[in-house]
Design a protein around this ligand. Structure first.
Ligand SMILES: Cc1ncc(COP(=O)(O)O)c(C=O)c1O
Length: 391
């Protein structure tokens, strides 16, 4: 990626002038994916009986085939759901925790995931252990050692992000799962940012559950995600919602029956996940990763050089997204996301970039996507320099 204006932007419907640097929270779909979803939706609306009863299951299967190839697992082992939160709730509700058990996690996890596991632990009389990692992160080996210092003979489950939300760090989940298997600890990976940003292979990661959204880096329609489930758990999974638990079209029973028909709803976003995979693979998935990572390095270098913000994790720990500590100006971090005054000021410059509260620290996160270019980054730095003062 260079200084030339970005011709890819015309593939999206972003308003002119908007500098959108938050693909990591809410990744808009390119027009072709929006159109594909609309076509599925129109088919639903034109003949709901035909679409919902006789067609949806096989269309979801076809998408699972393509998704399975993309993330390195069999189609039978991956369930399409609305989002990562939905997927994580299925995993959390399906793990049988006994009183006194421990669930190990880190201090970089997503707020709602921590909230869910706190509740699950409380209900079971178990304990959530939040292991503090080195700051800054050092090497993957030290990371894994330090993380497992939090494990005891009562640890039953590990819950960990593949790419963290507040700090934008890529965690060595393959190695963590390997160590966890040796210690007979179940692994639940929170992976929404990793889908498309990183090459994924469920067989190699070999976790018990992998929860993800496809409406982030894969640019699938909003309301699409998946849960990968290792075979040994598939028959004992507990659904978030109880419905008929069987196939509408009368097919032989399958573990996904409890999850596919959960009352009447619009499946078009989930089906169109395959169109998003095709869009990125047609562009070139390696090219996509290289270009967005390169632009994120430019962000890292420019924001540090031109403002008083300090990057959180060393370059080898991040890819297409980068997070910075805002300089301390005495403002208390708002408890919930998206309410920070600096984020509000950025909107005055037509910039969308989230500022979140990470354990009391205010972090600005910048996501780089195919429609972004260096001019966006320069505009962000100009705005930050005015808002915060120069570095
Ligand atoms: C690490 C992580 N986990 C889970 C989620 C929840 O994703 P969703 O809102 O799509 O369910 C997010 C959302 O940003 C996230 O960053």
């Amino acid at each position: 990626m260079n200084d030339a204006p970005n011709s890819m932007r015309s593939n999206w419907t972003l308003p002119e002038g908007l500098v959108y640097l938050n693909h990591g929270s809410f990744g808009p779909s390119p027009k072709v994916v929006q159109q594909a979803r609309t076509r599925w939706f129109e088919e639903l609306e034109s003949q709901p009986m035909q679409f919902l009863v006789r067609r949806t299951e096989s269309e979801l299967d076809t998408t699972c085939e393509e998704l399975g190839q993309f993330i390195g697992c069999d189609a039978d082992d991956v369930l399409l759901v609305d989002n990562a939160s939905f997927a994580m709730n299925i995993a959390a509700n399906s793990v049988d925790l006994k009183a006194g058990a421990e669930v190990l996690t880190t201090n970089h996890e997503y707020g709602s995931v921590l909230r869910l596991w706190r509740k699950v632990c409380k209900d079971a009389g178990a304990k959530l252990v939040v292991q503090r990692l080195a700051d800054p992160l050092t090497t993957p080996e030290e990371f894994v050692d330090r993380f497992f210092e939090g494990a005891t003979d009562r640890t039953r489950v590990i819950v960990i992000s593949h790419v963290t939300s507040p700090t934008a760090a890529v965690f060595p989940v393959e190695e963590i799962c390997r160590r966890a298997r040796q210690q007979k600890i179940m692994t639940v990976i929170d992976g929404p940012h990793a889908v498309a940003m990183l090459p994924l292979n469920m067989r190699r990661i070999d976790c018990d559950f992998y929860a993800a959204s496809c409406h982030k880096w894969l640019s699938a329609p909003f309301g699409s995600g998946f849960l990968y489930v290792k075979r040994r758990w598939q028959q004992t999974l507990r659904p978030n919602l109880i419905s008929w638990g069987g196939s509408l079209s009368g097919r032989a029973s399958h573990w996904k029956d409890e999850f596919r028909w959960i009352g009447t709803r619009d499946p078009s976003a989930m089906i169109a996940v395959r169109d998003a995979i095709r869009f990125l693979t047609d562009y070139g998935i390696k090219r996509f990763r290289d270009e967005t990572t390169e632009l994120a390095s430019y962000v890292r270098q420019q924001v540090e050089a031109r403002t008083a913000c300090k990057v959180i994790v060393p370059p080898e720990w991040s890819r297409s997204m980068v997070s910075f500590r805002l300089p301390d100006d005495g403002v208390e971090a708002p408890k919930h996301g998206y309410l920070d005054p600096v984020q509000g000021r950025l909107q005055d410059y037509q910039i969308e970039a989230p500022v979140t509260n990470w354990n009391g620290q205010r972090l600005l996160r910048v996501s780089c996507y195919l429609y972004n270019d260096r001019a966006d980054v320069d505009h962000l730095c100009d705005a930050l320099a005015e808002i915060l003062g120069n570095g």
